[in-house]
Design a protein around this ligand. Structure first.
Ligand code: 13P
Ligand code: SF4
Length: 350
């Protein structure tokens, strides 16, 4: 088995040899051993934007999870191949909404609300869900533009069907002034709408999905940390629950968290509620700050972590031999409709 150092040397050499033919986007949650080779790093919005601009690259080796590679393929030109170094790098949240469940839920909601409802989906969803949204006039959102996109959606229709993360949907709508009593939850397993109060008043229907990583940051962690140190600032990702976001000092996408920490006062103390690799990277990058994870046991995204240096080296060496493994290709019809939903978002995001 090759040593870590040997793998670094091999990947460095291949990147040099392949030059512009190769482009490697890396999500902020990726391991350092992978991120060091990324040509662009970013949150899901930035990576979608960057992927749309890589005209010259023949191969886009996506260091992130499956739905991100699908998005890159949808936005890529036909000659480009998008490759995922390990096919097991999925997203448990995206897996919580499949297209059949979605079509069935949509039928029920149309019966209840007629034509007053617009679907929107977090980019953390399959290409088929994005296509469903595109076909029905909606758009994708990411955690960094969710607010803007939800406002846009309310200019189109009176109600929203927000897939698949109930927490990002609830936090975004709440921040825009929509009370919790005007939000309902669609349970795709029981095929039931859960709500309190008056159905006519419901403005947001949240798909009952969540991120298992961000569910690990809990109210008791916030209480414990505040007891230990009332002067600490707590910042979390909006995939955390409403209670956690409500109690934290601040919340935002991975990019927002990075920008906030970059501007933090020397010596200030921070507890961060997001994926482990990013928290550790910030800790290393800002030794003048006191940074820790909001959950002391740390929270890795196991599927993001499937992409590692051995997989990256293996996939790049295969490419050099003209062997294509793990190519992500989205069916043409699905890609067409999904692109409508993505383009709407990209045209509204700077
Ligand atoms: P962002 O990259 O939009 O912050 O989302 C975090 C995430 O969970 C990606 O899977
Ligand atoms: Fe999916 Fe959560 Fe992992 Fe992001 S952190 S890829 S939402 S499971």
């Amino acid at each position: 088995e090759a040593s870590h150092f040997e793998l670094i040397t091999r990947v460095t050499a291949i990147k040099k040899r392949m030059g512009d033919r190769l482009f490697i986007p890396g999500h902020h949650y990726q391991k350092d051993e992978v991120i060091q080779f990324a040509d662009a790093t970013g949150d899901s919005l930035q990576l979608a934007q960057v992927a749309a601009k890589q005209y010259q690259a023949e191969f886009i080796v996506f260091c992130g999870v499956h739905f991100m590679a699908e998005t890159a393929d949808i936005l890529a030109t036909p000659h480009q191949k998008v490759i995922l170094p390990d096919m097991r790098a999925g997203c448990s949240m995206a897996d919580m909404a499949n297209i059949n469940q979605t079509e069935r839920g949509w039928e029920k909601l149309k019966q209840l609300f007629g034509d007053t409802i617009l679907p929107v989906t977090y980019v953390n969803s399959t290409a088929a869900i994005k296509a469903f949204v595109g076909r029905n006039g909606g758009a994708t959102v990411t955690s960094s533009n969710a607010s803007k996109m939800v406002e846009w959606a309310f200019e189109q229709k009176d109600r929203l069907f927000f897939l698949p993360d109930q927490h990002l949907g609830r936090n975004t709508a709440f921040d825009l002034g929509i009370p919790l009593t005007q939000m309902a939850v669609w349970d795709p397993i029981r095929e039931k709408l859960e709500y309190e109060g008056d159905l006519d008043q419901v403005k947001v229907i949240l798909w009952k999905g969540h991120c298992s990583v961000h569910m690990n940051f809990r109210v008791d962690h916030i209480e414990q940390i505040r007891r230990e140190d009332p002067s600490i600032s707590i910042i979390v990702h909006p995939e955390c629950t409403r209670e956690v976001v409500g109690l934290a000092d601040d919340a935002g996408s991975t990019k927002y968290i990075i920008d906030t920490i970059a501007q933090a006062e020397k010596g200030s103390k921070w507890a961060i509620g997001t994926e482990m690799n990013l928290v550790n990277r910030l800790k290393n990058d800002y030794p003048d700050l006191h940074i820790r994870s909001l959950n002391p046991t740390m929270c890795p995204c196991l599927t993001m972590n499937r992409i590692d240096l051995p997989h990256l080296a293996w996939i790049l060496e295969s490419l050099e031999r003209n062997e294509i493994h793990n190519q992500i290709t989205v069916d043409k019809d699905i890609a067409y409709d999904a692109k409508r939903a993505l383009d709407k978002m990209l045209s509204l995001s700077s």
